[in-house]
Design a protein. Structure first.
Length: 602
């Protein structure tokens, strides 16, 4: 399919292409004009969830002060005091056993590393080479899939993008981490080019068609673009801003995160960011790099990232593309026509261009079968590739250049079971076990179905993931509750792919519900009382308070109930009486009461 093109100040048949690839560069490569890292800043890593912002601030006092803390990743940005070198500060910080790593806050740059000058006489070839145009013929999206373009921002007013921007209640969802504001407008151009490759609107009579830009008439679903700006107008930014952009996207509804940037320098900060996004159910695609080498490039080479090499119009590996067994798949990246600033179109080359091509394919798959998990989408991308010329040995064994038609066909034919119900069995008492029942739309297929669980009830804990084995349509899962003194409420969510269901839960305090004692007793005669609770105690003892409403019965003011017990027995005494007295005995715990009565006779 070829759209009518409007390219300003150029002729389509004789266009000189400027090739631009965005890199995250560790500047130990002789580029003296670039800053190696943000002056006076270090990134300090802790085990996530183990240190608070105040704790990070205290730990930074020896060398300077904390200037931001991300509890999700366990990373603090530290501004080192003047007069202290970064090497000395890093050495002092590493002496703290709570600190797992210290690294510079690398400065990231956009570089014009390639200047190719071919004469182009055609428009797009990627959607046809990958058979995306044929995939659109069977495409029936059932869900909205959000692709976060983590880059220089996006010209969200571009005519080919404006209808594909992700919005909630009419407002665009996006952010500018580079300038810390809510306007992710592109002032560089690279991000806009990537956004068009992924999801520029198809069949609208103008410009180009993105991989996931086609929607059947009248469908409210399909791919949407989330602009996340992490680099400034000069194409530079920091590791911490890119990491913040990835986690921001994961926290604000992104299903797919497209990262057309990277570095040969490993960063634990970036690694934690992509692992956080993966744990939130996102698929992460990242550029393999443009060094024409087999050396690893990050974050593409990190675990749980789809690393993308580039192919050319002859379906061979692009001369500039990195390669190796660590690369996941390849996609068209040489001389790719897409959207640019000024509501225009132009060509760029690089693994930067191949990456949103894969992100777009992932969106087609996921919208077609929303019950898939991020791992299942990755598996479909990998297992439906076409061999490269001269062969796929240049990337992961058995993999090759993506084929969107085969991937969407497989997603269509293998109807994936999705979650339809979740229920909590019985009354829930704090400190007691919780049993959840989870149901699927159909029996789980080969390999089973992974269900992600989360709890918004502060008193309820659930496993993060459970697996329903092949052939089963439901499962019971054990959770736990913590002891509470007041009722705690909140929903438990079960998610498969992009589908989720919830059930509301209410956790009640442990309370006495029954007192068993004799109907009568003689004065000066001891008797036994049993108090039964509405559940068993958690791991520690608690105090039960007692009282009697006459002097005929003598009780201790309180007794201890041992851990794991659901009832307690104790002995009470009676006094000498001259007439029969009806006495009410009350047990109190967490504001709940149980009562019984006994007749004390002379």
């Amino acid at each position: 399919m070829r759209n009518r093109l409007s390219v300003k100040n150029s002729r389509l048949a004789h266009k000189v292409a400027t090739t631009l690839l965005l890199f995250l560069v560790f500047m130990g490569n002789g580029r003296a004009e670039r800053t190696q890292f943000a002056p006076g800043e270090l990134l300090v890593g802790y085990a996530p969830g183990m240190v608070s912002a105040s704790g990070a601030s205290i730990n930074a006092v020896c060398v300077g002060q904390a200037n931001g803390f991300d509890g999700r990743l366990g990373i603090s940005r530290v501004k080192v005091s003047q007069g202290i070198s970064l090497e000395s500060a890093a050495s002092q910080l590493r002496m703290n056993p709570a600190i797992q790593f210290v690294e510079p806050n690398y400065t990231l740059h956009a570089l014009n590393d390639y200047a190719n000058d071919p004469l182009l006489d055609s428009g797009q070839y990627a959607p046809e080479t990958t058979q995306a145009t044929l995939a659109w013929g069977i495409y029936n999206p059932k869900s909205t899939i959000v692709i976060a373009i983590v880059d220089t921002g996006v010209q969200y007013t571009h005519p080919d993008l404006v209808n594909r921007i992700y919005r909630q209640n009419g407002a665009m969802v996006g952010y500018d981490l580079a300038n810390r504001d809510t306007d992710p407008m592109d002032d560089h151009g690279h991000g806009t080019h990537c956004a068009g490759i992924a999801a520029a609107e198809a069949n609208n009579g103008i410009g180009i068609a993105g991989m996931a830009g086609f929607n059947p008439a009248g469908s409210p679903y399909g791919a949407r673009i989330m602009p996340v700006k992490v680099l400034k107008g000069d194409g530079s930014g920091s590791t911490s801003d890119v990491a913040d952009g990835i986690t921001w996207a994961a926290d604000h509804g992104a299903n797919i995160i497209s990262i057309s940037l990277g570095s040969s320098q490993y960063s634990e900060t970036l690694n934690r960011a992509v692992q956080y996004a993966w744990s939130k159910g996102c698929l992460i695609a990242a550029a393999a790099g443009n060094d024409g080498a087999s050396s690893k490039f990050y974050p593409a080479a990190n675990a749980n990232v789809v690393s993308v090499a580039s192919t050319d119009s002859n379906d061979g590996l692009s001369y500039f593309s990195n390669y190796g067994s660590w690369v996941t798949v390849a996609a068209p990246g040489s001389y790719i026509l897409s959207t640019i600033l000024g509501s225009d179109y132009s060509w760029m080359s690089g693994t930067s261009m191949a990456t949103p091509c894969v992100a777009g394919e992932a969106a087609l798959i996921w919208a077609q079968s929303p019950g898939l998990s991020n791992q299942q989408v990755v598996d479909l991308i990998k297992t439906t590739t076409d061999p490269l010329i001269p062969g796929s040995a240049l990337i992961s064994a058995g993999e090759g250049r993506i084929n969107a038609l085969r991937a969407v066909q497989l997603a269509s034919s293998n109807q994936i079971a999705t979650v339809t119900s979740i229920q909590a069995a019985g009354d829930i008492v704090g400190g007691n076990a919780l049993v959840l029942s989870i149901g699927l739309s159909q029996p789980a297929g080969a390999g089973g179905v992974a269900v992600s669980l989360s709890s918004a009830n502060p008193a309820v804990g659930v496993p993060s993931t459970v697996k329903i084995s092949e052939g089963l349509q439901s499962i019971t899962v054990a959770g736990f509750t913590s002891a509470v003194s007041t009722v705690k409420t909140g929903a438990i969510r079960a998610t498969v792919g992009t589908h989720a269901v919830t059930c509301n839960t209410s956790v009640s305090p442990l309370r006495p519900v029954l007192i068993q004692l004799p109907t009568q007793a003689l004065g000066r005669t001891p008797f036994t009382i049993r108090v039964t609770l509405n559940g068993s105690l958690p791991t520690k003892t608690t105090t039960l308070y007692l009282r009697a409403d006459t002097g005929a019965v003598t009780l201790p003011s309180s007794i201890q109930i041992g851990a794991g017990k659901a009832s307690v027995d104790f002995t009470a005494a009676t006094r000498k009486v001259s007439r029969a007295l009806i006495t009410k005995v009350t047990a109190t715990l967490n504001g709940g009461n149980a009562t019984g009565q006994i007749i004390v006779k002379p």
